[in-house]
Design a protein around this ligand. Structure first.
Ligand code: HEM
Length: 367
C-alpha cells in the first residue's frame, strides 16, 4: 500500500514512513521559506549544521524568554532557567557544569544497575511496555540524581505531567497538571538539596558543588535533566523495539554478540530518531548557500533530514549532553526485555507530537 507523503515536517514526526520525504527535503535547498507554515525550514546535513552553529540563530525569540502562556507560572520559572532555552552566558556556564556532571557517570556501572531494574520490570503486555519505556529511563535518572527508590514513581509521574507544558498540543487540563507537577518537582529537588545529604557520587552531589556557577537555575536544570530524559529516551526505546520487530534477524545477532547493542542503538538514533526537529529564531540576518533569512524569523530545523548523528541528538552549542546515558539506559533495558519482546505480537502508532517520535504499542495478532 502506498502511503501519502506527510504534508510538512510536523506531520512527518508521527507518520508511519516519513524517511523518503525527509530524503527529498535533504535533496532540496538547505534553507527555504515554507509559505504554508509561514516559517523557514533548515534541511539536510548542511542546512541543519549551518543553523545550529550560527551565532544569530537563538533558541528563543528575542524578548520572549518564556512562552506567553507560561509567564508568571511555576512552569515558566523553570523554563526561564533551562540551559536548553537560553543562549550566551546564561547558557554556557551552567551547560558546562551539567555536561561535566553527566560525563562523570560510570556508564558500565549504570548499565549493570539498569539491567537489574529493568530485569525486575519486564513488560508482559503492550500496555505495560508503553508505561515502561517512559518509566525506566526516569527511574534511572531519579536514581542518578540521588533519590531513593520509594520516590521514583512520583518523580516519574510529575515529570510526565510537567513535560506537557513544553508541547503546543497540550490542552488546559494538561497545562494545569503541568503547573502542579512543576511545583512538586521543585519541592522534591529542593528538599533533597537542603537535606545536605545528596548521596555521594550522585549527580546532585557533583552539581551541588558548583552552585555558584549554576546560579538561580540549579533546581530548574535538575528538573531539566528529568524532563529532557522523558520523551526522548522513551522514543529511543520505542523506536529500537520497532526496529527489532521490523528486522527479526537482528535479535538473534544481538543475542550472539551483545557487544553490538551500542551500534544497533546508534543506527536507530540515526535512521529512526526520537527527536525530529527543533526551532531557532534569527536575531540578525542569516545567510546560507546564497539564501538570506532576515532577523526576527522562525526556522524549523529538521534534524531527521540530516541523515547522520545530528538526526538524533542535535549539534553545536546546544548539542545533547545526555547521549551516552540515554544509550546506556536503552541498551540495558532492551537486553533485559529482549526475550519477552520477541513473544509480544506488537503493532504500533505514534503519540501525538510535533517533534518527538514515540511509538504507542498495541497487541496485534500472532502471525
Ligand atoms: C534518546 C534520548 C535523547 C535524545 C534523542 C535527545 C535529544 C536532544 C536534542 C536534539 C537536543 C538539542 C535541542 C536543540 O538544539 O534545540 C538535546 C538537548 C539536551 N539534552 Fe538530550 N536527548 C536525549 C536524552 C537526554 C538525556 C538522557 C538527558 C539527561 C541526562 C538529556 C539532556 C539534555 C540537555 C540538558 C539538553 C540541553 C543542552 C543545551 O541546550 O545546551 N538528553 N537533547
Amino acid at each position: 500500500m502506498h502511503l501519502a507523503d506527510p504534508a510538512d515536517p510536523f506531520s512527518a514526526v508521527t507518520h508511519a514512513a516519513p524517511y523518503d520525504y525527509y530524503r527529498r527535503l535533504a535533496d532540496g535547498p538547505p534553507l527555504r521559506f515554507d509559505a504554508a507554515l509561514d516559517c523557514w525550514l533548515a534541511t539536510g546535513a548542511a542546512g541543519v549544521q549551518a543553523v545550529l552553529e550560527h551565532p544569530a540563530c537563538r533558541v528563543r525569540p528575542p524578548g520572549l524568554g518564556v512562552p506567553q502562556n507560561l509567564a508568571g507560572t511555576p512552569c515558566g520559572a523553570i523554563f526561564a532557567e533551562l540551559v536548553r532555552m537560553n543562549d550566551g552566558e546564561r547558557h554556557a556556564v551552567p551547560k558546562q557544569v551539567l555536561a561535566r556532571a553527566l560525563a562523570q557517570v560510570d556508564l558500565a556501572r549504570l548499565q549493570r544497575q539498569v539491567a537489574h531494574l529493568a530485569g525486575d520490570r519486564v513488560p508482559a503486555s503492550a500496555a505495560q511496555l508503553n508505561e515502561a519505556i517512559f518509566q525506566l529511563p526516569l527511574f534511572v535518572m531519579a536514581h542518578l540524581l540521588g533519590f531513593a527508590p520509594a520516590q521514583w514513581p512520583a518523580l516519574a509521574a510529575w515529570t510526565r505531567d510537567f513535560v506537557a507544558c513544553l508541547s503546543p498540543l497540550s490542552n488546559g487540563e494538561q497545562l494545569a497538571g503541568a503547573q502542579e507537577a512543576a511545583d512538586s518537582l521543585l519541592q522534591g529537588l529542593g528538599h533533597l538539596l537542603r537535606e545536605g545529604n545528596a548521596r555521594p557520587g550522585s549527580l546532585l552531589a557533583s552539581i551541588a558543588t558548583e552552585t555558584d556557577a549554576m546560579g538561580s537555575g540549579l533546581l530548574a536544570n535538575l528538573v531539566g535533566l528529568l524532563s529532557q530524559t522523558c520523551d526522548a529516551t522513551a522514543g529511543l526505546l520505542g523506536n529500537a523495539i520497532v526496529a527489532l520487530h521490523a528486522q527479526p534477524e537482528l535479535l538473534a545477532q544481538l543475542r550472539a554478540s551483545p557487544e553490538r547493542w551500542p551500534a544497533m542503538l546508534r543506527e536507530v538514533s540515526r535512521h529512526d530518531p526520537s527527536i525530529h526537529n527543533t526551532r531557532r529564531y534569527t536575531v540578525d540576518v542569516v545567510e546560507c548557500d546564497g539564501v538570506r533569512v532576515p532577523a526576527g524569523q522562525m526556522i524549523v530545523v529538521v534534524l531527521a533530514s540530516a541523515g547522520h548523528a545530528e538526526s538524533g541528538f542535535g549539534h553545536g552549542r546546544h548539542v545533547c549532553p545526555g547521549q551516552s546515558i540515554a544509550h546506556a539506559i536503552a541498551a540495558a533495558c532492551l537486553q533485559a526485555w529482549a526475550d519477552r519482546l520477541e513473544d509480544l505480537p506488537l503493532t504500533w502508532s505514534y503519540l501525538p507530537s510535533l517533534n518527538a517520535r514515540i511509538p504507542v504499542f498495541s497487541m496485534g495478532e500472532i502471525a
